[in-house]
Design a protein. Structure first.
Lengths: 335, 334
């Protein structure tokens, strides 16, 4: 592990990403899906921030919005000292080399008509003035770095297995020496024995190149392994953010508690002894979130105040953030 | 669980081959197992290990060609399901053997209401009248914990959430009081909190209905919490089979041991680095003449190259297909 990093490389404040819903004959705007609804966090230099949550909670949208793959609704995003929240896409293009992304589905994110070499070379064509020979050499180096055999450079993606395809995606993300990489469920499509290979690769690269990751995943066990700090999302908001050990040892927010207790443990003795909190019902629609706290419809420790007042996201203890009335000082929230 | 009781389902030497343009793929190779009444057998393996194909072969659910069930017997109800006519097989499927598929979105018909789809097996297999079937469907939806069951019968699948759809699938599979329920990755497409709901539901239903269940998954965590016995598959064959506690506490096959080490956990010691099983799973283009795991195995020796190990009985209902004896740390006698 690196020393505890203290300077934020990425800083996100009150990020909102709302998608309009159009309906009716005139396709009038009738509402919006609040996919990400006021999220704030920092990613420290050299760390891995895990972003976990269930499907539909907005974690992928959040990751894409941070890289401005969307035009965000509102909020501030600072990456490596530059504010990119409202920068135009043409200006952003020049800044892209510092921030890259690894996508979930290595099948869908690689062009089947391009050779591996062409795929990894594309960012170099776009952003550098290297000669062809230099580019080829760089592609070779990248393939070595991610553990792909250089001889396969002229092959097409379909000739590779899932894990190898994900390595191609990682090599492409590394081509421009980025500082910050958003990994959106990079291992979700892979088999367990292959997941470990890719995670180890990501860790090695982080150590060698000093990378900073935002690691988006629904796999809480894997996030415990790879992340320095972990943020838990529910229905478009971060409900808890804490250093890894604290979060897993002593979760604060009732949702985090339920989520952790729902993870099946590969140990039959634990499986029977562990008290499992089974949440009732489903996640409400982000187009129509409940009043008050977003989690109040399923929360086992719901109080009256939760149904009317939205809890504030604040620092409970040094480095530990949560948004829950259980931890809020009553003086602050009295109306 | 009742030990020594006659198995409800007994599969012997099942072999399934797919014929493709680029040659044959030996997806299932001499798989044998039995299922006792009331027990839950977990089947674990990575994609391509043959776990789904095994289950689909024994119910004749694979289109032929390309699939070809070459060999084996599947004894159920004193009949060999591989040697019965289509009509008998149809009566078994959805009747005495229920099937829950992985993806609840694609396995329900979007243009029929959920009610019609639950009533279908009741009308076909139990010759119920429309009225009886409607009453029973409502009971089934209540059984799987869908609130406001009566009204929901008239809803279409898209009006249900993922977890609710999977409950509907389970209700359909349970419709005719099956003796055996085969669940193929029933919770893989679901979120963990919803998965927890379905797992609790399954436990409850098993005690209530006393049926035997085959639960296919790639998630060892799920297996640990729900199974009585576990069968680990790799390269189209069973590499290890044991009661659940033995499998997790005393794994004997190198693949099982490696697999248990590669998965991180949320409790206990956090490994600084994940253990990796190097290499890729094999593509079985020919009948295996050597151990399918040999290239990735850390204890492989010459014999593994030349011979495919049989399943060695290790006592206490535990067996493993490996020439290396993990208990003594030496190769088994030839």
């Amino acid at each position: 592990m690196l020393d505890t990093p203290q300077t934020p490389l990425v800083s996100v404040r009150d990020l909102k990403m709302h998608f309009p819903i159009h309906a009716g004959l005139l396709r009038r705007r009738v509402g919006e899906v609040k996919a990400v609804d006021g999220v704030s966090f920092d990613v420290m230099e050299g760390e891995t921030l895990g972003l976990v949550g269930e499907s539909g909670c907005g974690k992928s949208t959040c990751g894409r919005a941070v890289l401005r793959l969307y035009d965000i609704t509102s909020g501030e995003i600072t990456i490596d000292g530059a504010e990119i929240g409202d920068t135009s896409q043409s200006k952003l293009r020049k800044m892209r080399p510092t921030m890259q992304m690894v996508f979930q589905d290595p099948q869908a994110s690689l062009n089947p008509r391009m050779t591996v070499e062409a795929i990894i070379k594309e960012p170099l064509d776009e952003h550098t003035k290297l000669s062809e020979a230099e580019k080829r050499e760089k592609v070779g180096e990248l393939m070595d770095a991610v553990g792909l055999n250089r001889q396969f450079a002229k092959r097409y993606p379909q000739a590779f297995s899932g894990g190898q395809r994900q390595r191609i995606g990682i090599a492409r993300a590394l081509a421009l020496n980025p500082k910050f990489i958003v990994c959106d469920e990079p291992i979700a499509a892979l088999d367990v024995s292959i997941q470990a290979q890719v995670v180890n690769l990501l860790e090695d690269l982080q150590e060698q190149l000093g990378l900073t990751y935002l690691f988006i995943s629904h796999d809480l066990s894997m996030v415990r392994h790879i992340a320095t700090r972990v943020a838990v999302m529910y229905l478009g908001k971060i409900v808890e953010l804490a250093p890894r050990e604290e979060l897993y040892a002593e979760p604060l927010h009732p949702y985090t508690k339920a989520l952790l207790s729902a993870v099946p443990e590969p140990d039959p003795s634990l499986a029977t002894s562990n008290e499992r909190i089974v949440l009732q019902g489903d996640v409400p629609s982000p187009a129509n979130p409940p009043e008050g706290c977003n989690f109040c419809t399923r929360c086992p420790s719901v109080m009256d105040i939760c149904k009317t007042v939205e809890p504030e996201y604040f620092e409970v203890a040094p480095g530990r953030f949560t948004a829950c009335h259980l931890y809020q000082n009553t003086n602050d929230t009295a109306d | 669980m009742p030990d020594g009781a006659l198995p409800v389902l007994d599969v012997r030497d099942l072999k399934t081959v797919f014929k493709t343009r680029s040659g044959e793929v030996h997806a299932v190779n001499d798989v044998s197992f039995s299922l006792r009444p009331g027990e839950l057998l977990g089947v674990v393996g990575e994609s391509g290990s043959g776990k789904s194909v095994t289950m689909m072969s024994l119910l004749g659910l694979l289109p032929s060609p390309p699939a070809d069930v070459r060999n084996g017997s599947v004894m159920f109800d004193d009949k060999d399901l591989l040697n019965v006519d289509a009509e008998t097989l149809r009566k078994v499927r959805g009747g005495k053997i229920g099937f829950v598929f992985q993806d609840p979105m694609t396995s329900l018909n979007p243009v029929f209401t959920v009610g019609i789809q639950i009533m279908e097996p009741l009308r076909k297999h139990m010759s119920m009248s429309k009225k009886q079937a409607a009453v029973r469907s409502q009971e089934l939806l209540e059984l799987v914990g869908i609130p406001d069951a009566k009204r929901r019968l008239d809803d279409y699948p898209h009006q249900f959430s993922g977890g609710m759809r999977q409950r509907v699938m389970i209700a359909i599979a349970l419709a005719c009081d099956p003796q055996v329920l085969i669940a193929d990755e029933p919770t893989t497409a679901l979120d963990v909190t919803i998965q927890a709901q379905i797992l609790e539901l399954m436990k409850e239903l098993r005690t209530k209905l006393g049926m035997a269940v085959i639960w296919i998954t790639h998630d060892l965590g799920v297996i640990a919490g729900i199974a009585d016995r576990v069968m680990v598959m790799y390269g189209g064959q069973v590499v290890e089979h044991a009661p659940v506690a033995n499998l997790f506490n005393d794994p004997q096959h190198p693949y099982t041991r490696a697999l248990l080490k590669t998965i991180p956990t949320i409790h206990g010691e956090r490994a600084a680095r994940l253990t990796v099983i190097e290499g890729q799973p094999p593509i079985m283009t020919a009948a295996p003449a050597s151990c399918p795991f040999r290239d990735r195995c850390d204890v492989a020796f010459d014999r593994c190259e030349n011979e495919n190990p049989q399943r060695y009985d290790l006592g206490a209902g535990h067996d493993a297909a490996c020439f290396y004896n993990a208990r003594t740390g030496a190769p088994r006698d030839a």
